[in-house]
Design a protein around this ligand. Sequence first.
Ligand SMILES: [Zn+2]
Length: 362
Amino acid sequence: MLIVDAHQDLAWNMLTFGRDYNRSATETRLQEQGSLAQAENGDTLLGWPDYQRGRVAMVFATLFCAPERRRLGEWDTQSYRTPAQARRLYSAQLDAYHRLIENHPDHFQLVDRKSRLDDVIAHWENEQHEEHPVGLVILMEGAEGIREPAELENWWQRGVRLIGPAWIGTRFCGGTHEPGPLTQQGFALLEGMADFGFTLDLSHMDEQAALQALDVYPAPIVASHANALALLKSSDSNRHLSDRVLNGLIERDGIVGLVPFNRFLIAGWSPEDGRQVVTLDRLVAQIDYVCQLAGDARHAGIGTDFDGGFGLQSAPAGIDTIADLQKLTPLLAEKGYTQNDIAAILGGNWLSLLKRTLPHQP
Ligand SMILES: [Zn+2]
């Protein structure tokens, strides 16, 4: 079964720590022993050889940087004070993806149009090939790099296909830890996004803003990396999705990428608790919750957020690298999911969204 992962902050890691995702996770870990990357972001879970072993055919690769009020330390080069600075950082990350693809076309390919999606999938399905290029779909997380809606055209031309207007609160809307509605600028951004057919990513949007967006945004809507609040009852974080938002997403034919991050699987988990206490069953429960709410298996997917502020130390037991996501197959089968359902959850749902939303010509 092919896996599609709807959220990985690859460029942030490449530019912050110099991580080279052509290498295996094992190789990167060895090289990073005692390094800043390991101390600040944990042991990596990602690498091209691991994508191959795990049949991870497609990754939504993010552009992500943080406002200065959330700067992590002196070492954090990816933070901004003004929209102009954010624009430069996002742009440099996008350049980094283009360079990665140019220098390693056998490892990574840009998926910004339907024909490229078809090419990558055909390559993976052709058993004569032993190795396959991983498709990168570009997702902008926290849209502060867009100074005004008129700039959307440039981002679209350079390959961005999904945009999430929030991380913490932005000038567009309330976000994680910083609640609030869509602002006037937020409504204007959505209007501009819809003109091009950007997919809207609700992850990190405050519930109030997410519900407004579900009402007004006419183009496709997803949550690339978020979990159901109903299974995290003791959490008071607005980072998780309420049933109202989940139902809205399902009604709009959206998809949720469920996140195998221990703190998003057990409220209050911390690394001192050990990763053994968090099993993959917790992720299966999140997937199952969305499927039960929807009444089918067409709205749940995976959005790992691996290497996005956490590493091996905060991933469930049983996960050594991303390749271990294939362990979900028997677990979902035990719960009664058919092979077709499982294929949809692991990747098929994201692929059909891409088939629906990618342009024929950029
Ligand atoms: Zn995020």
